[in-house]
Design a protein around this ligand. Structure first.
Ligand code: FAD
Ligand code: DHB
Length: 391
C-alpha cells in the first residue's frame, strides 16, 4: 500500500516550508521531504534581505512575531563609489522599506510553526524520483527504499541542485543561463555593523558589501574569483580589501573583528520555462537563480509560493484550475523583471576581467543616473523593496 497526500513537497527550504504552511492554513494536507537534516537546513547561512511584500506576507500568515523582534528594518542603501557616499532612501522615495532578517531565521520560524501544527516534515529523506506527472497517480519515491507517496500535485521546491526540474522533458523545457566571471566571498564577523545602512562599495578592484545579521554581527561580501578558495583569503587580506572598497572620506571606517565564517558563492542568472509540467510545479531556486546583487533569491521563492498557494487553494475550495493553469505565466512575467534588475545591478557594480575604460565609465554613468536622478532612485527603490507579486 502506498501512502497518499494532497500535495507532495520536495525540499524544506523557504519555498517548500512556506507552501506547506500556506496550504495548512487552507486545510490542505502536505508532506515535505528533505534530504538534509533539520539542523543543517535550519543553520544554513544564506540570504538576508526581505522585501516589504515578503515581510507583509510572513506577518499576515502568523510568522511575524520573531521577525518584528529580531529583524532590522532598513529605509535606505548606501552606494559608495568615487570616494563618496550616495544614499538612496527608499522610504523617502516611494514610502516602502525592507527588513534585514536572515533566511535561517525565516526557516526556523516556518519549521516551528509547521511542527506546532502537527505538520509532516521528513528530514534526512531524499526524494529519488517523481513519476506519472501526466497520468492518474503522480508519485514521489522517497527515502532509501524509494517508498511511493501518491499525490494530487507535486511541488518541486528542491533548489538548484534538486531532481524535480529534470523530470520535465527537454522537448518542452527551455533553460536560459548566464554565468558571471566572478563570485562572492561571504564573511560573517563578530563585530557591530559600522554603518546604519546596508552599504555597497563599487570599486575598480571589485565589489564589496556591508550588511548585518544582528546588532553585534556583520555579514560582509567581497568580489572574488568564481572558484576561489576561502583559504586564499587571510583575515588581513579580507579586512584590507574591505577597507579599500568600502571606506570613503567623511564616513566612519569599517570596524574590524573576529571572522567566524567564510565561504564562496559562484554567480549566475538561470531560468527555466515553463514552471509546470502536468502535476509538477517548480518554485524558487529549482526554477531560477539570480546573482545575489539585489537580494532576490529568497524573495523570488516567496513570490512563487504565494501564487502557487493561492492557485492550490482555489482548486481545492472551488474546483477551479484557472490559477494553476496560469501559474507559470504569472510567475515568469514578474521573474523576468527580477532577472532584469538583478543582472543589471550585477553588471553595474562589479569589476569585470579585461574590462575596457569605456565600459568602466559606462558603469559610473549608470551609478550616477541611479543615485543622482529622481527616476533612477525611484526605479531602484521599487525594484529593491519588491515589485508587486501579482498584477
Ligand atoms: P533551497 O533553500 O535551496 O531549498 C531546497 C531544499 O531542497 C534544500 O533544503 C535541499 O536540501 C532540498 N533538496 C534538494 N534535493 C532534494 C531531494 N532530491 N530530495 C529532498 N530534498 C532535496 N540569496 C540572496 O538573496 N542573498 C544571498 O546572500 C544569498 N546567498 C546564498 C548563498 C548560497 C551558498 C546559496 C546556495 C544561495 C544563496 N542565496 C542568496 C539564494 C537564496 O538563499 C535562495 O534563493 C533560497 O534559499 C531559495 O529557497 P528554495 O526553498 O527555493 O531553495
Ligand atoms: C545581502 C544583502 C544585500 O543587500 C544583497 O544584495 C545580498 C545579500 C545580505 O545581507 O546577505
Amino acid at each position: 500500500m502506498s501512502e497518499r497526500t494532497q500535495v507532495g513537497i520536495v525540499g524544506a527550504g523557504p519555498a517548500g516550508l512556506l507552501l506547506s504552511h500556506l496550504l495548512h492554513r487552507e486545510g490542505i494536507e502536505s508532506i515535505v521531504f528533505d534530504n538534509r537534516s533539520r539542523e543543517h537546513v535550519q543553520q544554513r547561512l544564506r540570504a538576508g534581505v526581505l522585501e516589504q511584500g515578503t515581510v507583509d506576507l510572513l506577518a499576515e500568515v502568523g510568522l511575524g512575531e520573531r521577525m518584528r523582534r529580531l529583524g532590522m528594518p532598513q529605509t535606505s542603501l548606501d552606494f559608495r563609489y568615487a570616494q563618496a557616499s550616495h544614499r538612496i532612501d527608499f522610504a523617502q522615495e516611494i514610502g516602502r522599506t525592507v527588513m534585514v532578517y536572515p533566511q535561517h531565521e525565516v526557516v526556523h520560524d516556518l519549521i516551528e510553526a509547521r511542527l506546532a501544527a502537527g505538520g509532516d516534515l521528513r528530514f534526512d529523506t531524499p526524494v529519488t524520483a517523481i513519476r506519472d506527472l501526466e497520468g492518474p497517480s503522480p508519485t514521489i519515491l522517497a527515502g532509501p527504499e524509494g517508498r511511493p507517496v501518491r499525490c494530487d500535485f507535486i511541488a518541486g521546491c528542491d533548489g538548484f541542485h534538486g531532481i524535480c526540474r529534470d523530470a520535465i522533458p527537454a522537448s518542452v523545457m527551455k533553460a536560459y543561463d548566464r554565468v558571471y566571471p566572478f563570485g562572492w566571498l561571504g564573511i560573517l564577523a563578530e563585530v557591530p555593523p559600522a554603518a546604519p545602512d546596508v552599504t555597497w562599495g563599487c570599486h575598480e578592484t571589485g565589489f564589496a558589501m556591508l550588511s548585518f545579521r544582528s546588532p553585534t554581527r556583520s555579514r560582509l561580501y567581497l568580489q572574488c574569483e568564481p572558484d576561489d578558495d576561502p583559504d586564499n583569503w587571510s583575515d588581513d587580506r579580507i579586512w584590507s580589501a574591505l577597507h579599500e572598497r568600502l571606506d570613503v572620506p567623511g564616513m566612519p571606517p569599517l570596524i574590524e573583528g573576529p571572522i567566524v565564517q567564510k565561504g564562496v558563492t559562484a554567480m549566475r542568472s538561470f531560468q527555466v520555462e515553463p514552471l509546470r509540467h502536468g502535476a509538477l510545479f517548480l518554485a524558487g531556486d529549482a526554477a531560477h537563480i539570480v546573482p545575489p546583487t539585489g537580494a532576490k533569491g529568497l524573495n523570488s521563492a516567496v513570490a512563487d509560493i504565494r501564487v502557487l498557494g493561492r492557485a492550490l487553494a482555489a482548486y481545492y475550495r472551488q474546483g477551479s484550475t484557472r490559477l494553476l493553469d496560469s501559474y507559470s505565466e504569472t510567475c515568469l512575467r514578474r521573474m523576468w523583471l527580477v532577472h532584469r534588475f538583478s543582472a543589471g545591478l550585477c553588471t553595474m557594480v562589479h569589476s569585470f576581467p579585461g574590462q575596457s575604460d569605456f565600459a568602466r565609465r559606462l558603469q559610473r554613468a549608470d551609478l550616477d543616473y541611479m543615485t543622482g536622478s529622481e527616476p533612477g532612485r525611484r526605479a531602484f527603490s521599487e525594484n529593491f523593496t519588491g515589485l508587486p507579486i501579482e498584477a
